[in-house]
Ligand binder design. Sequence first.
Ligand code: AKG
Ligand code: FE2
Length: 351
Amino acid sequence: MESLDQRLVSSWFHGHSSVPPTYVQPLESRPGCRFMSPSCMSIPVIDLGDRHNDRADTIKHILKASEQYGFFQVINHRVSKDLVEETLNVFKEFRAMPPKEKVNECSKDPIGRCKMYTSSENYEKDAIKYWKDSLTHPCPPSGEYMQYWPDKPTKYREVVGKYTQEMRKLGHEILELLSEGLGLDPSYFHGKLSKNPQVLQHHYPPCPEPSLTLGIAKHRDTSIITILLQEQDVQGLQVLKDGEWLRVDPIPNAFVVNIGLLLQVISNGRLVGAEHRVVTNSTMARTSVAYFIYPSLKTIIEPAQCLLNNGTTLPMYKSMPFGEFRTSFLAKFPKFEEELRFKWKNVNDAR
Ligand SMILES: O=C(O)CCC(=O)C(=O)O
Ligand SMILES: [Fe+2]
């Protein structure tokens, strides 16, 4: 059997003028133009540094974007441009290392929380594979697990350590705005709900037949929110809005933020954990870095009590510890969200 370093798309794609049959998506999943919106349509942009707007305005905009799209970009976020560049560079240096070395650098954690994989986390189960390689590890503020992170390139731990601390601050700032908008305490997400952040870097090599493949299948994130850094000049991310795929084009010095399924549940369905996917292209490799805000495994995920107005509003979702949520999501995807929903026949049945 092939080893992981041999399976990585980046190890073998050179010199292929067509994609192997196992990478050809069924017709209905292919990234055709049929459902593509005009490129003038885009997700909202939230200016976090806008001194002309007051906080109430920013909250109004961010809430509207989260209700209508579940996706937005943030600009003027105060994360240093140099640090963002250094982070992308360190991941690109990682991506250029020999395959065996990459896999070795990600295989130090005895229980596999720091790891590399190709296609998806479920490679064996993926009947059709995805055109990407990924590297992931926890990045809690305590610094725990850092000894299992890659230590090549030499600056990896220093740079990714600083970057994930900045993401934590930015994540809290965004969650404070969303909390205030929803009517929750501004610090609602500061404790166990954001205790287990995870970083996930994707490398999508150029693909000889982009119209037949996908980098990531249509999915929702199982996070509270996700903050994504995408390379300038390489398009790939798309979000499903009203039945059409909308491109999320990179804009300078911005992060893409999306609402995860957990926040959809906590907000009792008010905010949308939107479906998204990644398409490939034939000329340029693409790197993206996702920072997921996750709770600790025992944290109960359920609609926030204070949004149920003392029992006068029905909860739309069942309660579940995050650990169980993750396991069920992976086992039952894509039907999980449906199962999580209460199906009240009428209001009186519920009481
Ligand atoms: O690479 C991207 O642009 C998106 C990645 C993503 O959706 C994910 O990691 O969940
Ligand atoms: Fe995602």
